[in-house]
Ligand binder design. Structure first.
Ligand code: AMP
Ligand code: MN
Ligand code: MN
Length: 324
């Protein structure tokens, strides 16, 4: 797929990513947005996202992101092309209606749980990130430092800074081309990935301190209640990275981390070291993701959620011969 071909003849293009956008989602959306604006200055292009974390301010034109959908787009002003990145259409959020009304829809994603929801689909579950897929559909000669930075941030975030097993030789070859554009990549990674506010570190500390081991230490579980978030004046964006830290526990094959989103409702993040396919489990509970990283929303108390998930995890661990 080449974007030039796909948007040929289109005068208006909408771009959207998933709710609670992560680095890959923000990077992929902004890179494509910046590219289309640069290469096709006469086309109307808009990017729709839920408000991303402040750390992504270093990406150019973050203030152009539309977090709302106004009446003119909602009524007659539909887009010629709407591109959904890093998601299925059900997770786009407010702009889902724009996807539905667009004359042509394109879906670019790397989630194994995504069957492809556009009229044109580019879904590659082997790819490190949607940002890597965005790189592939752009002409290298049209890239610039700002576009390269956005793609790099996306790839770095979804690969845990190029250390997860989704990092391929191609991922690193692309990363090498990107840093050659000259942006300050150590600074960008430090500020968007590693640096935490004091409160974020306190929440990480609590999640670690209050974690429990189940299944003979093969699964680590932790959660943050709504009242804890409120106490620290924090929100879901302050919990980024906690699940990965838990999953670094020696001996644990997988991790359940959840935070409360409502009365008897939790957003669940699952991580695995490879023996458990957490995407399968998340899909079963109405979510999705990758083999080693997936998520869903579940109802019940903290312990209801743990019990429901652990049945599936236990079954897979038994099949893999990890437990008896
Ligand atoms: P998270 O733990 O929420 O950061 O998500 C881990 C991975 O699973 C990411 O690639 C998410 O995009 C994906 N994911 C999380 N929740 C869902 C969901 N409800 N539906 C589909 N994919 C999800
Ligand atoms: Mn994502
Ligand atoms: Mn992604």
């Amino acid at each position: 797929m080449k974007i030039e071909e796909e948007i040929k003849g289109a005068e208006s293009i909408g771009i959207g990513g998933h709710i609670r956008p992560d680095g890959d989602c923000v990077g992929a959306c902004m890179a494509l947005y910046l590219y289309i604006r640069k290469v096709f200055p006469t086309k109307k292009v808009e990017v729709f996202l839920e408000q991303p974390s402040e750390v992504f301010r270093c990406i150019k034109d973050m203030d152009k992101i539309r977090t709302d959908v106004t009446a003119d787009e909602g009524c007659e002003g539909s887009f010629d092309v709407f591109i959904a990145l890093d998601t299925v259409k059900e997770r786009i959020g407010v702009a889902e209606a724009l996807f539905d009304k667009a004359k042509k829809t394109i879906n670019i994603d790397h989630h194994i749980s995504n069957p492809g929801c556009g009229t044109v689909n580019y879904v590659d579950a082997q790819a490190s990130s949607t940002s890597e897929l965005v790189f592939r559909i752009l002409k290298e000669e049209n890239l610039d430092e700002e576009i390269a930075k956005a793609i790099y941030i996306g790839m770095a975030h979804d690969t845990g800074v190029f250390r997860y097993s989704n990092t391929s030789p191609e991922t690193l070859q692309i990363a090498a081309k990107l840093i050659a554009f000259g942006f300050d990549f150590p600074e960008v990674i430090e500020k968007t990935f590693y640096e935490k506010t004091y409160v974020q570190n306190l929440l990480l500390g609590r999640a670690l301190l209050e974690s429990i081991l189940i299944m003979d230490g093969k699964c680590i579980v932790s959660g943050i209640e709504k009242r804890t978030l409120d106490f620290y004046h924090a929100d879901a964006k302050d919990l980024e990275g906690i699940v990965s830290q838990l999953n670094m526990t020696k001996g644990a094959e997988c991790t359940i981390f959840m935070y409360q989103t409502g009365v008897l409702e939790y957003k669940v993040s699952l991580r695995s070291k490879g023996k458990v396919d957490v995407s399968k489990i998340a899909v079963y509970f109405g979510g999705g993701g990758h083999v080693r990283a997936a998520g869903c929303t579940m109802n019940g108390t903290f312990y209801d959620v743990v019990n429901n998930l652990s049945l599936h995890i236990e079954e897979q661990l038994k099949q893999a011969g990890v437990i008896e």
